[in-house]
Design a protein around this ligand. Structure first.
Ligand code: NAD
Ligand code: MG
Length: 414
């Protein structure tokens, strides 16, 4: 018998795969569609959604022959209908449209909306027992317990798309979690790893958006610069893998070649390596337990030569400490932290607050929430929504107050 497996095309092995993409017009959504285009007839599209970019959404829906295109912004529904007229593609809008896109039976839903806005549609897919490739980490941060309970209840298959979590998923011994000593999430360090602290505090949005290794959406790019992204990923990992809070570590690895590591009780440390391209974890979520070829430059370790690491400096990145504290506190602390961060990032991108103010605003909101007893567990989605609204409102009022006192940093225009 030959040990060489017969080389079958993905279509022969997997069969035709029908998928829906929530957040199709974003960075993850577009990468997922690139993969679909690369694999010709293997994947077909049921539904695509966007927030308000009707032109791009309609273009994608027509190109990929989607059955349904959904725009979250109800005011853009008329434009979507017009852009799709004569194509035979159904159009929908608003929350009900997003839920419909999430619920239609498919082989996989890619959940790639940014922020807490993705929670309800992603949960709708989970409740239907669908297979979900989860990029939208804020779902797990703001409602992790409820979300994971629903995964268990519905029997949905949840596959991480975040590169670190996809790596850990591939390294973790789920049959023997007691053998795992530590999960080590790698962090590139973002654009400000070596920037003098005073320059970093006053960095402009343009400077903060320049990530050295990854091309991503604006919100996650700012989260990577503050290291909030790594903190959100700690919380995400806590919900995805059966480990305790103190088993989660972060290590700076500027090259982004190792996507994360799992350390075992015998001293073995398993690492996952790959070219930093989100196409790889997206493909893995779509095809697990199979794998397909990706249109990505192969990793050339000889050319890379050296892999370097350094300890995380939490003084430089206070947002990471805030995330650890929220995870330790539990209850609704991560929900409020996430809400305050979404507001602070938006205000920073609008040039209303300085870079260093992002963590400061979140810290002040967390202090206030603790004083006002807002950190208890939420028992349902309605309570999550209330707490999320509270965090947003507090962040806006903290910002207003500090602005009135003239306490915000200026910006460097470099
Ligand atoms: P992005 O900003 O590029 O795209 C976001 C998508 O969500 C867009 O299609 C947008 O139209 C849609 N959207 C935005 N607001 C919405 C709303 N209120 N209602 C409905 N749809 C809305 O973001 P991204 O970089 O693709 O990231 C998406 C998610 O994936 C985030 O949670 C991010 O943390 C996570 N993620 C991204 C990357 C990456 O490389 N980009 C890596 C890991 C994880
Ligand atoms: Mg990540």
């Amino acid at each position: 018998m030959s040990l060489m497996a017969e080389k079958l095309s993905p279509l022969d092995r997997l069969g035709p795969q029908r998928i829906s993409i929530l957040g199709a017009t974003g960075s993850i959504g577009s990468s997922a569609l690139d993969l679909v285009a690369h694999h010709g007839g293997t994947f077909s599209i049921e539904a695509l959604s966007a927030n308000s970019n009707v032109q791009l959404l309609a273009h994608q829906a027509i190109k990929f022959k989607a059955k349904l295109a959904v725009v979250a912004d109800e005011g853009a529904y008329g434009d979507l209908c017009e852009a799709l007229s004569g194509s035979g593609i159904e159009a929908a809008a608003g929350q009900s449209g997003l839920i419909e896109a999430a619920e239609r039976p498919v082989d996989c839903v890619i959940a790639a909306i940014v922020g807490v806005s993705g929670l309800n549609p992603t949960l709708a897919a989970i409740k239907k027992g669908q297979r979900v490739g989860l990029a939208n980490k804020e779902c797990l941060v703001c409602a992790g317990d409820l979300f994971m309970k629903e995964v268990e209840r519905s029997g949905a298959t949840l596959l991480p798309v975040d590169s670190e979590h996809s790596a850990i998923f591939q390294l973790f011994d789920f049959d023997h979690p007691e053998r795992v000593e530590k999960i080590i999430l790698t962090a590139s360090g973002g654009p400000f790893l070596k920037t003098p602290l005073d320059v970093m505090q006053n960095a402009s949005p343009e400077m903060a958006l320049k990530h050295p290794n990854w091309q991503m959406g604006r919100k996650i790019s700012i989260d990577s610069a503050t290291m909030m992204n790594k903190g959100l990923e700690l919380i995400e990992a806590f919900h995805l893998f059966p480990v305790a809070v103190d088993q989660l570590d972060v290590l700076i690895h500027p090259g982004s070649v190792i996507h994360s590591l799992v350390q075992y009780c015998d001293g073995s440390v398993l690492a996952h390596l790959g070219t930093p391209d989100m196409c790889i974890p997206i493909a893995y979520a779509l095809t697990w337990p199979d794998r397909i070829e990706c249109p990505v430059k192969p990793l050339d370790l000889a050319q890379i030569g050296t892999l370097s690491f350094e300890e995380m400096c939490e003084e430089r990145f206070p947002a990471l400490t805030l995330c650890r504290q929220a995870l330790q506190t539990g209850g609704c602390a991560p929900t409020i932290l996430n809400a305050a961060n979404e507001i602070a990032v938006e205000e920073f991108l609008c040039h209303n607050i300085g870079f260093g103010d992002i963590a400061r605003v979140i810290d002040l909101v967390m202090e206030q929430a603790a004083r006002e007893n807002m950190l208890n567990n939420a028992s349902d989605l309605q309570e999550i929504a209330t707490v999320d609204a509270y965090g947003r409102q507090k962040a806006l009022s903290v910002i207003k107050k500090l602005q009135a006192q003239g306490e915000f940093a200026g910006y460097s225009t470099e």
